[in-house]
Design a binder for this molecule. Sequence first.
Ligand code: AMP
Ligand code: GLY
Length: 424
Amino acid sequence: MNILIIGSGGREHAIGKKIGQSPLVEKVYCAPGNPGMTIDGIQLVNIKETDHQNLIAFAKRMDVTWSFVGPEIPLLNGIVDDFKEAGLKIFGPTKAAALIEGSKSFAKELMEQFQIPTAESKTFTHYPEAKRYIEEKGAPIVIKADGLAAGKGVVVAMTLEEAVEAAYDMLEKDRFGQSGQKIVVEEFLVGEEFSLLAFVNGKDVYPMAISQDHKRAYDGDNGPNTGGMGAYSPVPQISEEIVEKGIEQILKPAAKAMIDMKRPFTGILYAGLIATTEGPKVIEFNARFGDPETQVILPRLKNDLAQVITDLLENKTVDLVWEKEGYNIGVVVAAEGYPGDYTRNMLLPKFSEADTTVYYAGVKEEQKNLVGAGGRIYLVEAFGETLEAARKKVYETLQSKNTAQTFYRKDIGLKALEGSHKEI
Ligand code: AMP
Ligand code: GLY
C-alpha cells in the first residue's frame, strides 16, 4: 500500500513513522510534511494541506491506497468530503462531523442534548448579555471563542475584570474575527486534566491510552497557552474507573449523538477532560489526533496502524492492544519567543541516541542541515519502565545538546510524581 498523510507537524511525523513500520506499506507520503520526517523514510510532497484538488490528483497519480488527515483545518474545509467525492479512500471526519471541534457552541448543544457531562455554560453573541451573565456567575470563569483560534481562543479568567475584558475583546473588538463573534462562557472546572482519544467509526469506539498535555509555555503551568509543550502516557493519577466513565459516559454517547444528529463521525475523536469530584467532564472535543499527545500515544500501540485504519475503512471491527507497562514521555523544544513572535534559522543539534526518538515539526533544510522554521521545532520522546526513567532519558538527551535560541519545559510529567522527585 501507498499511504498519504496530510499535515506537517510532529503529530504527522509520529503517524507516518508508525504507519511506515507496517509490512503492508510500501511508501508513506506526507503533504507538505517537513524535512525532519525523511529520517524515517517518509517522502515529502510539496502540496499544501489546503490544496484539495492537487492532493486528490497526487493520490490518484501515485496510487495511494488511502489518506489520513492530521490537522483540523483541512477537515473543517471538507477534505474528507472532497476525497470521497473523487472516489478516494480517506480516514477522518466529514466537514459536518468535524464541527464537533469547529464550533464550541455546537459541541455544547450536543452535550446538553445527550447528557454528556461537561462544564455548565451559555453561548452569547451580544456583549451586554455576556457581561451580565459573567457578573452573575463570578470568577474564576472561562471565556471561549466559538470557532477555531489555534489554541488561543480560550481565556481562563481568574478575576471578573479579566473575564469581562476577554468577552469584550472577542465580541466587540473582533479579536478572533469570525471565530469570536460567538462566545461560550463556561464554568471553571477544578481537577486534573487528561486527554482521552479514540478511533471512531460510526457507533464503534476504540479508546486509546490516555495522556496529559502541558499547554502553558513555561514550567509550573505559567506563561501563555501554546499548542502543547509536552505530554506523557499513561496518566497514573487518573484511575481506571475515571477512564471507564470517560469511555462510557462521554466517548460512546458522543459517537452515538453524532449519528442521531445526522453527522456520523469517522476518524479520531479527542476528548479533553477534567477529572472532577463528580467524574470526568468535557472541556473540548477535537476531531483529530492531538499534538503532542500522538507522539507519546502511538508508540504504545502494539497493533499495525496501517492494518487498523484499513480495517476501519472496510467497516471491520478492530481489537486494539496497548502497552500496559511503563511510560512514554515527550518534551517539545520550541523557538525562543514562542508562542509570540519567535526566532528562526537556528542550527538544530543532531540526534543519534538509541533510546530516544525525535519527531520533527517546525524545521527546514539548509545546506543539508536542519534549522528552526516554526514555533514548536521538535519533540524528544522516550519510553521508561517508570516515569522517572523515561524523564531521565529525554532530559539527559536534551541536556547533552546545544539548545541555544530554543527552550523547553523541565517539568513535563512532574504532576504525576506528586511533588516528589521534583528535580530532573
Ligand atoms: P482548550 O483550548 O479548550 O484546550 O483550553 C485551553 C486550556 O484552558 C485547557 O487546557 C484547560 O487547561 C483550560 N480550560 C478550558 N476549559 C476549562 C474549564 N471549563 N475549566 C477549567 N479550565 C479550563
Ligand atoms: N495538544 C492539544 C491539541 O492537539 O489540541
